[in-house]
Design a protein around this ligand. Structure first.
Ligand SMILES: *Cc1c(COP(=O)(O)O)cnc(C)c1O
Length: 231
Protein backbone atom coordinates (compact mmCIF):
# COMPACT_ATOMS: atom_id res chain seq x y z
CA UNK A 1 0.00 0.00 0.00
CA UNK A 2 1.11 3.53 -0.64
CA UNK A 3 1.78 5.56 2.45
CA UNK A 4 -0.91 7.82 3.81
CA UNK A 5 1.43 10.74 3.22
CA UNK A 6 1.66 9.93 -0.50
CA UNK A 7 -2.09 9.53 -0.82
CA UNK A 8 -2.73 12.74 1.09
CA UNK A 9 -0.36 14.65 -1.16
CA UNK A 10 -2.39 13.57 -4.19
CA UNK A 11 -5.72 14.34 -2.52
CA UNK A 12 -4.47 17.71 -1.32
CA UNK A 13 -3.56 18.62 -4.91
CA UNK A 14 -7.03 17.63 -6.05
CA UNK A 15 -8.56 19.71 -3.26
CA UNK A 16 -6.45 22.72 -4.16
CA UNK A 17 -7.41 22.42 -7.83
CA UNK A 18 -11.13 22.19 -6.96
CA UNK A 19 -10.79 25.23 -4.70
CA UNK A 20 -9.09 27.18 -7.46
CA UNK A 21 -11.73 26.19 -10.04
CA UNK A 22 -14.51 27.34 -7.76
CA UNK A 23 -12.82 30.40 -6.26
CA UNK A 24 -12.79 28.95 -2.78
CA UNK A 25 -10.33 29.19 0.06
CA UNK A 26 -8.75 25.91 1.18
CA UNK A 27 -9.13 27.08 4.78
CA UNK A 28 -12.93 26.80 4.54
CA UNK A 29 -12.56 23.07 4.18
CA UNK A 30 -12.16 20.31 6.79
CA UNK A 31 -10.90 16.94 5.62
CA UNK A 32 -12.24 14.06 7.67
CA UNK A 33 -10.34 10.80 7.32
CA UNK A 34 -12.85 7.97 7.48
CA UNK A 35 -11.01 5.18 9.25
CA UNK A 36 -13.93 2.76 9.66
CA UNK A 37 -12.29 0.14 7.46
CA UNK A 38 -8.78 0.25 8.85
CA UNK A 39 -6.85 -0.66 11.95
CA UNK A 40 -5.66 1.49 14.80
CA UNK A 41 -2.13 1.32 13.33
CA UNK A 42 -3.25 2.71 9.99
CA UNK A 43 -5.26 5.36 11.85
CA UNK A 44 -2.11 6.37 13.73
CA UNK A 45 -0.43 6.92 10.35
CA UNK A 46 -3.27 9.24 9.39
CA UNK A 47 -2.65 11.32 12.48
CA UNK A 48 1.08 11.36 11.82
CA UNK A 49 0.33 12.66 8.32
CA UNK A 50 -1.21 15.70 10.02
CA UNK A 51 -4.92 14.89 9.81
CA UNK A 52 -6.75 15.38 13.08
CA UNK A 53 -10.35 14.84 12.05
CA UNK A 54 -11.35 11.17 12.11
CA UNK A 55 -14.65 9.63 11.04
CA UNK A 56 -16.15 6.34 12.22
CA UNK A 57 -19.57 4.87 11.50
CA UNK A 58 -20.05 2.31 14.27
CA UNK A 59 -20.03 2.80 18.04
CA UNK A 60 -17.55 -0.08 18.47
CA UNK A 61 -15.26 1.54 15.90
CA UNK A 62 -15.11 4.90 17.57
CA UNK A 63 -14.85 3.51 21.10
CA UNK A 64 -12.18 1.00 20.08
CA UNK A 65 -10.04 3.63 18.39
CA UNK A 66 -10.44 6.02 21.31
CA UNK A 67 -9.13 3.33 23.68
CA UNK A 68 -5.85 3.34 21.78
CA UNK A 69 -5.66 6.91 20.57
CA UNK A 70 -5.88 9.29 23.47
CA UNK A 71 -5.10 12.63 21.91
CA UNK A 72 -6.87 15.88 22.75
CA UNK A 73 -5.94 17.16 19.31
CA UNK A 74 -8.15 14.67 17.47
CA UNK A 75 -11.74 15.59 16.56
CA UNK A 76 -14.01 12.55 16.39
CA UNK A 77 -16.80 12.55 13.83
CA UNK A 78 -19.58 10.00 13.99
CA UNK A 79 -20.87 9.50 10.45
CA UNK A 80 -23.02 6.38 10.67
CA UNK A 81 -26.48 5.38 11.63
CA UNK A 82 -26.86 5.23 15.35
CA UNK A 83 -29.44 3.12 17.13
CA UNK A 84 -31.34 4.72 19.97
CA UNK A 85 -29.98 2.36 22.57
CA UNK A 86 -26.37 3.12 21.52
CA UNK A 87 -26.66 6.89 21.78
CA UNK A 88 -25.69 6.87 25.43
CA UNK A 89 -22.47 4.98 24.68
CA UNK A 90 -21.09 7.47 22.24
CA UNK A 91 -22.76 10.83 22.56
CA UNK A 92 -20.34 12.35 25.04
CA UNK A 93 -17.38 10.93 23.12
CA UNK A 94 -17.95 12.44 19.72
CA UNK A 95 -17.20 16.01 18.71
CA UNK A 96 -19.50 16.01 15.67
CA UNK A 97 -22.48 13.90 14.70
CA UNK A 98 -23.10 13.86 10.94
CA UNK A 99 -26.07 11.55 10.80
CA UNK A 100 -28.94 12.97 12.83
CA UNK A 101 -32.07 12.05 10.91
CA UNK A 102 -34.73 10.93 13.38
CA UNK A 103 -36.61 12.68 16.17
CA UNK A 104 -36.27 9.56 18.32
CA UNK A 105 -32.48 9.93 18.18
CA UNK A 106 -32.71 13.65 18.89
CA UNK A 107 -34.78 12.89 21.98
CA UNK A 108 -32.28 10.32 23.15
CA UNK A 109 -29.41 12.78 22.66
CA UNK A 110 -31.31 15.41 24.61
CA UNK A 111 -31.79 12.92 27.43
CA UNK A 112 -28.27 11.50 27.54
CA UNK A 113 -25.76 14.16 26.48
CA UNK A 114 -24.09 16.16 29.21
CA UNK A 115 -23.11 19.01 26.91
CA UNK A 116 -24.28 20.42 23.60
CA UNK A 117 -23.17 18.49 20.55
CA UNK A 118 -22.58 19.89 17.08
CA UNK A 119 -24.77 17.99 14.64
CA UNK A 120 -25.35 17.79 10.93
CA UNK A 121 -28.80 16.72 9.81
CA UNK A 122 -28.52 13.91 7.28
CA UNK A 123 -30.73 14.59 4.28
CA UNK A 124 -31.74 12.04 1.67
CA UNK A 125 -31.51 14.39 -1.29
CA UNK A 126 -31.12 11.68 -3.92
CA UNK A 127 -34.24 9.92 -2.60
CA UNK A 128 -32.62 6.50 -2.95
CA UNK A 129 -34.60 4.02 -0.92
CA UNK A 130 -31.50 2.43 0.52
CA UNK A 131 -30.24 5.70 1.94
CA UNK A 132 -31.21 7.07 5.29
CA UNK A 133 -31.85 10.72 5.94
CA UNK A 134 -34.60 13.25 6.35
CA UNK A 135 -36.57 14.04 3.20
CA UNK A 136 -35.61 17.52 1.97
CA UNK A 137 -39.14 18.86 2.42
CA UNK A 138 -39.13 17.72 6.06
CA UNK A 139 -35.88 19.37 7.15
CA UNK A 140 -37.40 22.69 8.18
CA UNK A 141 -40.03 20.96 10.30
CA UNK A 142 -37.37 18.79 11.90
CA UNK A 143 -35.27 21.83 12.79
CA UNK A 144 -38.28 23.54 14.32
CA UNK A 145 -39.22 20.43 16.26
CA UNK A 146 -35.85 20.29 18.04
CA UNK A 147 -35.71 23.99 18.87
CA UNK A 148 -36.08 23.30 22.58
CA UNK A 149 -33.41 20.59 22.61
CA UNK A 150 -30.51 22.46 24.16
CA UNK A 151 -28.12 19.50 23.73
CA UNK A 152 -28.27 19.75 19.94
CA UNK A 153 -26.80 22.49 17.80
CA UNK A 154 -27.52 22.06 14.10
CA UNK A 155 -24.31 23.32 12.51
CA UNK A 156 -25.11 22.08 9.02
CA UNK A 157 -26.48 19.45 6.66
CA UNK A 158 -24.99 16.20 5.42
CA UNK A 159 -25.74 14.02 2.43
CA UNK A 160 -24.42 11.17 0.33
CA UNK A 161 -24.62 11.34 -3.44
CA UNK A 162 -25.40 8.27 -5.55
CA UNK A 163 -22.38 6.06 -6.13
CA UNK A 164 -21.77 6.57 -9.83
CA UNK A 165 -19.16 7.93 -12.22
CA UNK A 166 -21.80 10.15 -13.80
CA UNK A 167 -21.04 13.62 -12.55
CA UNK A 168 -24.40 14.91 -13.75
CA UNK A 169 -26.16 12.63 -11.28
CA UNK A 170 -23.93 13.74 -8.41
CA UNK A 171 -23.71 17.49 -8.82
CA UNK A 172 -27.45 18.30 -8.50
CA UNK A 173 -27.56 16.41 -5.20
CA UNK A 174 -24.82 18.55 -3.69
CA UNK A 175 -26.29 21.70 -5.19
CA UNK A 176 -29.71 20.95 -3.68
CA UNK A 177 -28.19 20.39 -0.25
CA UNK A 178 -26.50 23.75 -0.46
CA UNK A 179 -29.76 25.50 -1.35
CA UNK A 180 -31.46 23.78 1.57
CA UNK A 181 -28.60 24.76 3.88
CA UNK A 182 -29.00 28.39 2.84
CA UNK A 183 -32.75 28.24 3.50
CA UNK A 184 -32.27 26.88 7.00
CA UNK A 185 -29.47 29.34 7.76
CA UNK A 186 -31.74 32.20 6.64
CA UNK A 187 -34.19 31.31 9.40
CA UNK A 188 -31.61 32.70 11.81
CA UNK A 189 -32.36 30.20 14.51
CA UNK A 190 -30.13 30.23 17.53
CA UNK A 191 -30.01 26.45 17.81
CA UNK A 192 -29.45 25.97 14.08
CA UNK A 193 -26.84 28.29 12.59
CA UNK A 194 -26.59 25.72 9.77
CA UNK A 195 -23.54 27.14 8.06
CA UNK A 196 -21.77 23.86 7.23
CA UNK A 197 -22.08 21.28 4.46
CA UNK A 198 -20.79 17.75 5.01
CA UNK A 199 -20.66 16.22 1.54
CA UNK A 200 -18.17 14.49 -0.72
CA UNK A 201 -16.45 11.12 -0.36
CA UNK A 202 -13.58 9.39 -2.19
CA UNK A 203 -15.59 9.17 -5.39
CA UNK A 204 -16.91 12.72 -5.54
CA UNK A 205 -15.13 15.10 -3.17
CA UNK A 206 -13.88 17.43 -5.88
CA UNK A 207 -17.45 17.95 -7.13
CA UNK A 208 -18.61 18.51 -3.54
CA UNK A 209 -15.94 21.17 -3.04
CA UNK A 210 -17.04 22.94 -6.21
CA UNK A 211 -20.60 22.90 -4.87
CA UNK A 212 -19.68 24.36 -1.50
CA UNK A 213 -18.74 21.51 0.86
CA UNK A 214 -17.14 22.59 4.12
CA UNK A 215 -16.48 19.04 5.36
CA UNK A 216 -15.43 16.19 3.08
CA UNK A 217 -15.34 12.61 4.36
CA UNK A 218 -12.63 10.57 2.69
CA UNK A 219 -12.12 6.88 3.36
CA UNK A 220 -10.72 4.51 0.75
CA UNK A 221 -8.89 7.11 -1.33
CA UNK A 222 -6.88 8.09 1.73
CA UNK A 223 -6.56 5.06 3.96
CA UNK A 224 -7.36 2.21 1.58
CA UNK A 225 -9.11 -0.86 2.89
CA UNK A 226 -7.70 -3.54 5.10
CA UNK A 227 -9.39 -6.90 4.95
CA UNK A 228 -8.13 -7.53 8.47
CA UNK A 229 -9.26 -4.05 9.55
CA UNK A 230 -10.82 -4.00 12.99
CA UNK A 231 -13.14 -1.21 11.88
C1 LIG B 1 -17.69 5.15 4.53
C2 LIG B 1 -18.23 6.51 4.48
C3 LIG B 1 -17.49 7.55 3.90
C4 LIG B 1 -16.16 7.34 3.20
O1 LIG B 1 -16.36 6.61 2.01
P1 LIG B 1 -15.22 6.42 0.93
O2 LIG B 1 -15.94 6.15 -0.33
O3 LIG B 1 -14.42 5.24 1.39
O4 LIG B 1 -14.42 7.64 0.87
C5 LIG B 1 -18.02 8.82 3.95
N1 LIG B 1 -19.21 9.08 4.54
C6 LIG B 1 -19.95 8.10 5.11
C7 LIG B 1 -21.25 8.44 5.73
C8 LIG B 1 -19.49 6.79 5.09
O5 LIG B 1 -20.23 5.83 5.64
Amino acid sequence: METIQERMKFIEEEIQAACTRSGRNRHELTVIAVTKQVSVERTQEVIEAGINNLGENRPEGILGKQEEIKLDTVNWHFIGNVQSRKVKDIIDKVDFLHSLDRISIAKEIQKRATSTIDCFLQVNVSAEETKSGIQPEDVKGFVEEIAEFDKIRVIGLMTMAPFTQDEELIRPVFRALRVLRDQIAALNLKHAPCTELSMGMSNDYTIAIEEGATHIRIGTALVGMESEGDG
